[in-house]
Design a protein. Structure first.
Length: 193
């Protein structure tokens, strides 16, 4: 049976938000804790990529059950974080067929959506969650594609360019999760402690 490992991208500085989103408290827990818990409910292997204020996140957040990776080049954008996550998965030869990529700033992500996309795990797989026909997260990248994806990663763009050039399975996750991300603080919520 093929298996997917979750890669939680949580390295950004949250420039528009005013602080790293990994340290944002949301409904009683940090966004990074929520993302890791959700990922652990769907995948046995979970990697979380930290960057901005990584030491603060590591000391503050409960990341039990996740392998923590540091992206020293986090300021260059999401591309370097995805590369860090894919590189980290190479340490799991033979046990992980695909990376299930999810973002720290999507508090409405659910184990159900992650599981639905992870069900397509295979070394040659490419899959993306859709919500009312609109592509979103999580994104599934089969092991056979990791090197190709890594070659296309630049700046704040993830695997979008690579996916656009390949056949991708769309997995309808409408109603399974809320695909909205937190780019700015909700009204009335302070942006920095």
């Amino acid at each position: 049976m093929s298996s997917a490992a979750a890669v939680v991208l949580a390295a950004g500085g949250g420039r528009r938000y005013g602080m790293p989103k990994a340290l944002v408290e949301y409904e009683g827990s940090l966004l990074v804790e929520r993302a890791v818990r959700t990922a652990r409910a769907a995948c046995d292997v979970v990697l979380v990529v930290l960057g901005a204020r990584a030491v603060d996140v590591w000391r503050t957040a409960d990341l039990t059950g996740a392998t923590v990776l540091a992206n020293e080049d986090w300021e260059s954008g999401m591309g370097s974080s995805l590369r860090t996550g894919l590189d980290g998965l190479r340490g799991f030869p033979g046990t992980v067929d695909a990376a299930l990529v999810t973002l720290v700033d999507m508090p409405g992500m659910t184990p159900a959506a992650l599981t639905a996309v992870a069900a397509h795990a295979a070394p040659g797989a490419l899959a993306v969650a859709t919500y009312d026909g609109v592509p979103g997260h999580p994104v599934l990248l089969g092991r056979d594609h990791w090197a190709g994806v890594a070659e296309t990663l630049t700046g704040d763009e993830g695997a979008r360019r690579y996916l656009a050039a390949h056949d991708v399975t769309e997995v309808d996750c409408t109603g399974l999760a809320d695909p909205a991300d937190l780019d700015v603080p909700p009204p009335g919520v302070p942006s920095a402690p």
